[in-house]
Design a protein around this ligand. Structure first.
Ligand SMILES: [Cu+2]
Length: 295
């Protein structure tokens, strides 16, 4: 347990005892295992565990559990779960009540709503010169060597540097490249660029209709993933003032995406990439994002 000092609304320092919990978590999968019974007979394996840094935000009826997980293979994971009590409404009993959710009690409606989260990640990989790289697979037909009248579909890797912000704003509904990573100009012993791969697991679904007057303030919800140039004046995707007036937003996340270059050559000391990751859990689905080092 770790105590944390926070600045509450008055600006005074407040101590939250035990606000962060650090623990080792057994993983559902082994780190490695192999059972060989072909020519020789051997078994080797190692249990998987990870270090979890956890905090919990209690907001009204909910308790959001925030975990940052450090895996022994170098992967970093962020995940959030909604716990606590579900948000409900009075069930009038009329037919149309069930348009807004499902019945969960005698006179209780589990009203449909969305929990949407946005993670910001400032990431430099092995220095400040970084590129956003997309890799995918194309299939090329080749004759099967042992049976030339038949064709095989051989997968080939395609690589593309995504050099401008408009190429790195991935809307909901548009597929992400199969592999997406931030590559450094430093290389490993085989000459491949060192990098970190980004993975997102989050249920899809539009955040709200684009024609809504509120949508501009919530425009980060349009995207499952965006990579922008890091800037001091683009430090947050939302604003505390929206709780008073969401119809005239003081800033809009969608304006951050203005086709600025993301190429490593022009990186200055303050221009590491900022990754914005949209996550939305259902009550029983936990979204998560994961970064894995490419070898
Ligand atoms: Cu809820």
């Amino acid at each position: 347990m770790v105590d944390i000092h926070i600045l509450v609304g008055t600006g005074a320092v407040q101590l939250l005892p035990g606000a962060v919990c650090v623990f080792e978590e057994a993983q559902g999968l082994p780190l490695r295992r192999h059972h060989n019974h072909l020519e020789s007979y051997f078994y080797g394996g190692l249990a998987g565990s990870a270090l979890v840094v956890r905090s919990v935000s209690s907001v009204g009826n909910y308790d959001y559990i925030w975990d940052f997980v450090l895996h022994p293979n170098g992967a970093l994971e962020g995940r959030v779960h909604a716990t606590g009590y579900i948000n409900t409404a009075f069930l009038s009993g009329g037919e149309e009540s069930l348009l807004f959710g499902n019945r969960v009690g005698e006179r209780v409606l589990g009203a449909v709503h969305t929990h949407a989260f946005h993670f910001k990640l400032d990431l430099d990989v092995a220095g400040l010169k970084n590129w956003v790289v997309a890799e995918d697979v194309v299939f090329k037909p080749v004759a099967a060597p042992w049976s030339p009248e038949h064709q095989l579909q051989r997968p080939q890797l395609t690589r593309q540097v995504l050099g401008r912000e408009d190429l790195t704003a991935f809307s909901l509904g548009n597929p992400l490249p199969r592999y997406l990573y931030l590559a450094s100009d430093q290389t490993n012993v085989w000459g491949h660029q060192r990098g970190y791969r980004i993975q997102i697991h989050s249920p899809l679904g539009i955040h709200m209709p684009l024609e809504s007057d509120m949508e501009r303030a919530l425009s980060w919800g349009r995207y499952q993933l965006v990579v922008t140039r890091r800037k001091e004046e683009e430090s947050q995707s939302s604003s505390i003032y929206y709780q008073n007036d969401i119809w005239t937003p003081t800033m809009a996340f969608a304006d951050f995406i203005n086709n600025e270059t993301l190429l490593g050559e022009v990186a200055s000391s303050s221009s590491c990439r900022t990754w914005w990751l949209g996550l939305r859990p259902a009550s029983c689905i936990s979204p998560m994002l994961r970064m894995s080092p490419t070898l």
